[in-house]
Design a protein around this ligand. Structure first.
Ligand SMILES: Nc1ncnc2c1ncn2[C@@H]1O[C@H](COP(=O)(O)OP(=O)(O)O)[C@@H](O)[C@H]1O
Ligand SMILES: [Mg+2]
Length: 406
């Protein structure tokens, strides 16, 4: 078993502190993804776990053993890098066999291990080729194969798909998911800045920002219950809209008076002292839908982007502020320049004060329950019929210009 424990782990380069107070428990068999903006310390944290960087402060345990001063080769880990770092003059088999030769394994052991890795990664036909005669995806599979032959307890991946083109990235991502499924007791820690990779691969995502951990949780937990505006806007694309306002009516649900005069009901409780508190209302582009009733947001569409399955509506692209974006299912060639009214389910709305979600103000909310079939649930929301969420009603002609067309 290879549980990992990080206790108050910190990293400084000279006077510059890159990471501080990283506390993290990883259970054997988990697929953990580190995400965060470029330069936030993802690679540094991974390299400290690998033993390629000295830990400045705090403690790292793997399988109950303190690893701070144990060399990389004795940590039971293997690392796969973005640059595949293959030896160009060695065949695929020799690249994979290299570490085993150094470790003094027998010819038979090495052949068995490289055969097995080749099979797992569909590299059997290429074992005698040089790296230059392989595609990018195949080269990255060889790099993964070099890790597999060592049969480590913990796999570390640092942006392994970044050098691949889009189609290969998707294919290789699925292969990595299948690889993990084929070794359920092995732990994987995977660094990426690609949130699709994070959402699809992770059991839990660790969002790093500002030198620390912003939030840890299952992918959909971060999506549905972000603890800060930062996480709210980092997970999900396009990013969550933030509309400034003040608390107008407190209670089990909260009425927010938005700057500009509109109001929104939010299914998040507030209490007496919260009256008039400045807040940001968070609403995801995909949670907005056109309404003829009372809108949460109303404006003229400056720009549309038709992506086929959805259309993005941009509002306020000429202002100094960040544009508001709505994502409507389907194709809407006629919305540019029109004034539209948008609303969202009170259960789909988020509320932040000074950057922090009000859901977390009294400590963590009750444990997150992943949704099952119905689009309802964890937060006690009433099920929303699919036709209330957009598409079908738009087909029926709910979208028409509301108010004067400018
Ligand atoms: N050897 C080093 N010396 C000084 N600063 C470093 C060194 N390696 C990384 N850094 C700094 O540490 C920060 C985190 O880097 P890194 O872990 O590579 O970020 P990420 O992988 O999240 O993009 C960056 O600001 C980077 O400039
Ligand atoms: Mg990096």
């Amino acid at each position: 078993m290879a549980d990992l424990k990080l206790r108050h782990v910190a990293k400084s380069y000279g006077d510059v502190q890159v990471l501080r107070d990283i506390d993290l428990d990883i259970t054997s068999g988990e697929f953990i993804v580190f995400v965060g903006p470029s330069g936030c310390g993802k690679s540094t944290l991974l390299r400290m776990i690998a033993g390629l960087e000295q830990i400045s402060d705090g403690e790292l345990q793997i399988g109950g053993r303190v690893m701070n001063d144990i060399p990389p080769s004795q940590r039971g880990i293997a690392m796969v890098f973005q640059s595949y770092a293959l030896y160009p003059h060695m065949t695929v088999r020799d690249n994979m066999a290299f570490a085993l030769k150094i470790a003094g394994q027998s010819k038979e052991q090495i052949t068995a291990a490289t055969d097995r890795a080749g099979k797992m990664l569909q590299l059997t036909p290429y074992l005698d080729r040089l790296p230059k005669a392989l595609s990018g995806g195949q080269r990255q599979r060889v790099a993964i194969g070099r890790a597999i032959v060592r049969d480590p307890q913990v796999y570390l991946f640092d942006e392994p798909l970044s050098n691949l083109d889009a189609a290969l990235r998707v294919a290789t991502r699925i292969e990595i998911a299948q690889l993990k499924a084929s070794m359920p007791d092995r732990t994987m820690i995977y660094v990426t800045h690609d949130q699709t990779e994070a959402m699809t691969l992770a059991d839990r995502i660790v969002v790093l920002a500002g030198g620390g951990i912003a939030q840890i949780g299952a992918p959909l937990e971060l999506y549905e219950r972000p603890s800060t505006e930062f996480v709210a806007q980092f997970i999900g694309s396009p990013a969550m809209n933030l509309l400034p306002g003040r608390v107008k009516t407190v209670g089990a649900t909260t009425l927010v008076a938005l700057d500009g005069g509109l109001e929104a009901e939010v299914a998040i409780p507030t209490r007496a002292g919260d009256q008039d508190m400045p807040v940001n209302l968070g609403v995801r582009p995909e949670d907005m839908r056109v309404t003829e009733g009372t809108p949460v947001f109303e404006s003229t569409v400056d720009l549309t982007e038709a992506l086929g399955e959805v259309t993005l509506l941009y509002f306020g692209t000429n202002a100094d502020t960040v544009p508001i974006i709505a994502k409507l299912p389907g194709i809407h060639p006629d919305l540019k320049g029109r004034r539209v009214r948008l609303t969202a389910d009170p259960h789909a709305l988020h509320l932040f004060h000074k950057g922090q979600s009000l859901l977390y103000r009294d400590g963590p909310p009750p444990a997150y329950q992943a949704r099952t079939a119905a689009p309802s649930g964890s937060m006690g929301s009433t099920p929303t019929a699919p036709d209330e969420r957009g598409g079908d009603r738009i087909e029926e002609g709910l979208i028409k210009p509301v108010g004067p067309v400018r």
